[in-house]
Structure formats: structure tokens, C-alpha cells
Ligand binder design. Structure first.
Ligand code: PHB
Length: 395
């Protein structure tokens, strides 16, 4: 990691050299020798662990290449975006203008992503989305320089409705944070559940990142649905699982969610998570050599169990490696770079997936059940799920 002081010292050197007219070409060449990667991720707040897992996964992919991208060394720059949409544009601009990154890797929160997206579209800098599922980024505002390696917000929940109905859960309450990720996850849930014949008896919500669930849980108890379906993630998800169980709701009401509900939180949630059913493009328990090796290497390197966020970070690294190798490290050769990433097949721990024409993964969704602090696979809930990419026209 380059510290801020180092960056400042170096720019001062460049300015100094410029004013004397000496050494400048050499310094400029030395600078451009390294690929500049900017992480814009949450390192504080309810999504802090998600940011760390993404960065770890990304670094792991590069480390498998000797730490290089297309033969070039890599220099990292970091900004804590705090999952604060109000600072999204400013933080992304800092990485692009001050740190002159060649590629932006970020972020988790859909609202913050919109800030990155504006900066990416205005500046043309390569933008890799390792999580945030905001629809518009790969629909009406899709762009040649923006690639998502994670999911669109409605992809996981599009697989949920049928699984719920197959288990006889015909009346459900939906609950989430009221912001793009929750609203768009609802879109997928509403479609899949009503098409399968289910009835949504109430939609409940609270502002992000609030975790005062008590009044809403009381309301759920009085509505007495067959099931509750939700979108929560990170620290807030752990608290929701604990509060749902502490209120005794897990005894009579089956809890479902998009799989983020049970990612990275199983230690924190403890027994409260047992039996929760979710749909997601990854499971800890995928019994493939690829996943087993990934999990072992990650655990050895970081002394942490990987989760879906670590996988998405890793896949972001794999995608960039593919692109960088195709242009032998010359990321300014954008046409060839994007061509290599467009339609790429990624051999991921989640299973192989393909990048769609709108730059979003086409991927299987697994049905999972939490057992003994693990997301066990029950089966494939939906195969090769693609986002509809409504309104995407690549410029
Ligand atoms: C999002 O804001 O897009 C988001 C955040 C956390 C998740 C999934 C989606 O786990």
C-alpha cells in the first residue's frame, strides 16, 4: 500500500523536477511502470467486513500471478467510502484525479456505486464493481468501461419465490432497508413469488443502516405469515437474525432471504441463523476442487473464512488479470482490454460464469440452508440467471 505521505512526496518530486526541467521523463516513466489500482470500499460501518473481504479476495487473485497484472507491478490506493452515498462522487474523484488510478475497484453499497458510476462514465476510467447490485449500472446506464463481477440486485431473489412455494409457504411478509438494494431485491422477490402463486401480505422497511427492528418484528408476529423474506447484509444482517430469533419468530415462521443475510455473519449470529434458507450465487459448501482450494488458500492467507464477498473480490481480480494479460499490461489499449473482458468466462470458486453483453455475470443461483455455521447447498434454485439488461446500449 502506498501511504498518502509517499504519494505526496512523489508528486512533490515531480513538481520539483518539472520546475528545474531535469529528470522529468525518467520520473514519469517510473511512475507509469506500475498499474494503479484504487480500492473504494467500506472499511467502517455495517459493511466494513464486506470491504475487507473484497480487498482480500482481489489481492489473493493477484498474488497468484506473483502480484502482477499483465507483467506489471501494482500499486494500491485506498479510500474508505463509509457506505455513504453523499460522499460517493467526491471519493471516486479523489482516486481518479489525485491518485490517477488506472482502475477503480468498488464498491459494496448501491447508492455509493452511483457516485462511482458517474465519475467512471465522465472520466472513462475502468470501473470494476465487486458487489453493489444497482440495476441501472448494467441496464440503462451500462458502459463499455464498467464491468460487474457480482450480481444485479434482483438476481438472487429471482430464484427465491419458487423455493418458498415448493415448501408450502404461500403467504409472506417482505422486510428490508429502504434503498436501491432493498427495493431492487424486492423486485426479484415479487416477480418470482407471485409468479409461483405466493401472496405478499405486507412490505416492511426501515432506513439504511438502521437496526432498530423491534417494532417491525412485533408487527410481523401479529401478521402471522407462513414466511418472512428479506434483504439485509453485513452487521445489520447479523443483528436481524439474532433479533428475529430472540423474538421467538423462528419457531413458527420460516425465514428466507437473498443469501447476503447469512454471508460473513454466521459466527456473530450463532444458533439464531440455523435453518435459515437463502438463494445466492455461492455457497461455502460447494464440493468442487476449485472452491475447496480457494477456501483453504484464503483461510491460510487471511486467517478468516471466505464468504461471497471474498469470492466476488477474487473474481474481480481474475477478470482484470484476463484483461491485463490480453493487452500485456498496457491498460491504455482500451479496445482490446474491454474486448477481452467482454464475454469472458471466469473459472470462479462459485462455479464457472460468463460476463453478459451488459457486463453482469450470467450465473447459477444455489438454494442454501444454514447448518452449524455453514451455508450448506440444497441444490441449484435457478440455472444461468441473467439480468434482463433493460435499456442497455453499449456506446
Ligand atoms: C448493495 O447496496 O447493492 C448491496 C449491499 C450489500 C450486499 C448486497 C448489495 O450484500
Amino acid at each position: 500500500m502506498t501511504t498518502r505521505r509517499l504519494v505526496l512526496t512523489r508528486s512533490a518530486a515531480v513538481i520539483g523536477a518539472a520546475s528545474t526541467g531535469l529528470l522529468l521523463p525518467e520520473i514519469v516513466r517510473a511512475q507509469s511502470d506500475k498499474v494503479r489500482v484504487g480500492f473504494m470500499l467500506p472499511y467502517t460501518g455495517t459493511f466494513a467486513q464486506l470491504g475487507v473481504a473484497i480487498e482480500n479476495g482481489f489481492r489473493m487473485a493477484l498474488n497468484e500471478q506473483g502480484g502482477k497484472l499483465g507483467g506489471r507491478e501494482v500499486e494500491f490506493f485506498k479510500v474508505d467510502d463509509e457506505s455513504n452515498p453523499a460522499k460517493g462522487i467526491e471519493n471516486a474523484t479523489r482516486l481518479v484525479q489525485r491518485d490517477k488510478v488506472d482502475v477503480l475497484v468498488g464498491t459494496v453499497h448501491s447508492g455509493v456505486q452511483m457516485g462511482i458510476h458517474k465519475v467512471a462514465r465522465d472520466s472513462g476510467v475502468l470501473s470494476l464493481i465487486p458487489n453493489a447490485g444497482v440495476h441501472v449500472a448494467t441496464r440503462a446506464q451500462c458502459a463499455p468501461n464498467v464491468f460487474r463481477t457480482s450480481f444485479s440486485n434482483s438476481q438472487p431473489t429471482l430464484a427465491l419465490g419458487k423455493a418458498m412455494m415448493e415448501r408450502g409457504h404461500k403467504k409472506a411478509v417482505w422486510i428490508t432497508w429502504n434503498y436501491a438494494a432493498g427495493d431492487e431485491a424486492f423486485e426479484g422477490f415479487e416477480k418470482s413469488y407471485t409468479e409461483a402463486g405466493g401472496t405478499i401480505i405486507k412490505k416492511l422497511g426501515l432506513p439504511f443502516p438502521n437496526v432498530e427492528f423491534q417494532a417491525l418484528l412485533t408487527e410481523i408476529a401479529s401478521l402471522n405469515p407462513d414466511a418472512v423474506a428479506c434483504f439485509f447484509a453485513g452487521g445489520g444482517a447479523a443483528k436481524f437474525l439474532r433479533d428475529f430469533a430472540a423474538a421467538g419468530l423462528n419457531k413458527n415462521i420460516q425465514l428466507y432471504g437473498s443469501g447476503f443475510l447469512t454471508e460473513g455473519v454466521l459466527d456473530a449470529a450463532g444458533d439464531a441463523a440455523n435453518g435459515v434458507l437463502t438463494t445466492m450465487h455461492y455457497s461455502d459448501a460447494l464440493d468442487t476442487p476449485r472452491n475447496k482450494k480457494f477456501r483453504l488458500d484464503y483461510a491460510k492467507t487471511f486467517r478468516l473464512q471466505p464468504d461471497v464477498y471474498a469470492v466476488q473480490g477474487y473474481d474481480t481480480g481474475l477478470l482484470l488479470i484476463k484483461g491485463a494479460n490480453a493487452v500485456k499490461g498496457d491498460l491504455s489499449n482500451k479496445q482490446a482490454l474491454y474486448a477481452a473482458m467482454n464475454g469472458a468466462e471466469i473459472d470462479s470458486p462459485r462455479g464457472k460464469w460468463k460476463m453478459s453483453a451488459a457486463h453482469n455475470p450470467i450465473q447459477d443461483m444455489y438454494l442454501r440452508k444454514v447448518e452449524n455455521k455453514e451455508n450448506k447447498v440444497i441444490g441449484i434454485a435457478a440455472k444461468a440467471v441473467a439480468d434482463p439488461a433493460t435499456g442497455c446500449r453499449m456506446g
